[in-house]
Design a protein around this ligand. Structure first.
Ligand code: SF4
Length: 110
């Protein structure tokens, strides 16, 4: 999730055939690219402070969709922020953090 802070070579399998990542120049990318995210059609995550995220991968709160202290879950589920996130995931996932480093919807392993 945070390759800019990690030392990827320390964590990748020695045999890169078993890695879900590959090097493209100096950049580590997911093999097979990024596909759709099924989480945004199935889940929400309510944090302890009431903020709502699409998933537990959004640990930094970059994709906050609403506030369960003041909004119903139904309103958040049907709200504009989640509709926009679903659209962006289809159209421009590579530009969207942390989705551009998330393995959900990626090709796994070989
Ligand atoms: S792509 Fe990953 S980080 Fe983005 S909403 Fe889906 S599960 Fe969460």
């Amino acid at each position: 999730m945070l390759p800019e802070q990690a030392q990827p070579d320390e964590h990748l399998p020695a045999d890169l055939r078993y890695s879900r990542y590959e090097w493209q120049g100096e950049t580590l990318v997911l093999k097979g690219g990024l596909h759709s995210c099924y989480f945004v059609d199935a889940t929400l995550m309510i944090n302890a402070d009431g903020s709502v995220a699409p998933c537990s991968f959004d640990a930094q709160g970059l994709l906050t969709l609403g506030d369960a202290n003041t909004q119903s879950v139904a309103a958040i589920w049907q709200g504009q922020p989640l509709r926009e996130l679903r659209h962006k995931l289809q159209q421009e996932r590579q530009t969207l953090s942390p989705c551009n480093k998330c393995s959900v919807g990626s090709q796994l392993f070989l």
